[in-house]
Design a binder for this molecule. Sequence first.
Ligand code: PMP
Length: 352
Amino acid sequence: MSEFLHSRYRALSPYVPGEQPRDRSYIKLNTNESPFPPSDGVLSVINRQAVSDLRLYSDPEALVLKEALASEYGVGRENVFVSNGSDEALYFAFMAFSEDGIAFPDITYGFYRVFADLLHIPAKLVPLREDFTIQPGEYEDIHMAVVIANPNAPTGILLSTDEVERIAASNPEHVIIVDEAYIDFAGTGASCVPLIGKYRNLLVVQTFSKSRSLAGARVGYAIGDEALIRDLETLKFSVNPYNVNRLSMAAAAAAVRDRDYYQETSSWIVENRDFTEQGLRRMGFEVLPSKANFVFARTTRMDGAGLYQGLKERGILIRHFDSERIREYNRITIGSRENMERLLAAIEALLA
Ligand code: PMP
């Protein structure tokens, strides 16, 4: 740390992304990326003309992408905010809507705690139940903002839209942020987007990083009441009006248009998730019921850190969190069938 750093940030402990080692090639099952490439439509818009147009700024109103998303989700263009990864939409939402503090589960996406620290927002950590499910009743009449990852990370467990609705209905004075990064792996009817017309205080955040295979493009979005979106726009125009670059914007809009391809790849991942769960259970693992593109699992035959390390030595990266309650677990991204077969074989060898 330099002596120049503002005292406000001296104690900040930043988010630690999943490792991206370069020492050798790994089967990467540690950051919930898609094993599938982006669709052909995405490839076709990243062309010579698009590169030539990089001399121009990107559209600060993000019109083309907002219109594509609005028509995909049956909402108005004014109900859509687009961001540089969903992390940025979440960051602006924390900034905008947490004046009275923000509540979230004790075990969830690690960035929520970092944003709260960074922005000096009082955070209320609500413990998950023993079985790692969210206790929705704990968020009713809570008198502060709420953020819930749904499905939750790293557990993969889904809360029903009815439960989210009760939380939103009981807190009309505060914004309920539903982070649906993994919702496309959760089946039909799982998303809270259809509720945004009914609850002015509901903000749904999604991403192109998982089901749409564009993690490296960094595009996310939020859907909510027009007034909430305007607030996010005010913050965005106060920080970085061109927050989504031209190539990523074009890629994302093309991805929205290629719905069929992504529905197919997502259902393939769901199928592969079932295959992986079954394989792990056969070896005696306890696997939480996941609705995401990863599973969260433990075995009594080996400790969590040991399994992570053993697999790394065999060229397979998974994600281990060295924190209370979840130390014995590992989060494993669902990759290609071949990758999952190799994972299961490597675990079998390790346990032997
Ligand atoms: N929310 C959750 C729950 C996540 O796991 C992630 C991925 N790390 C994100 C949001 C952010 O994803 P991105 O910024 O790539 O859209």
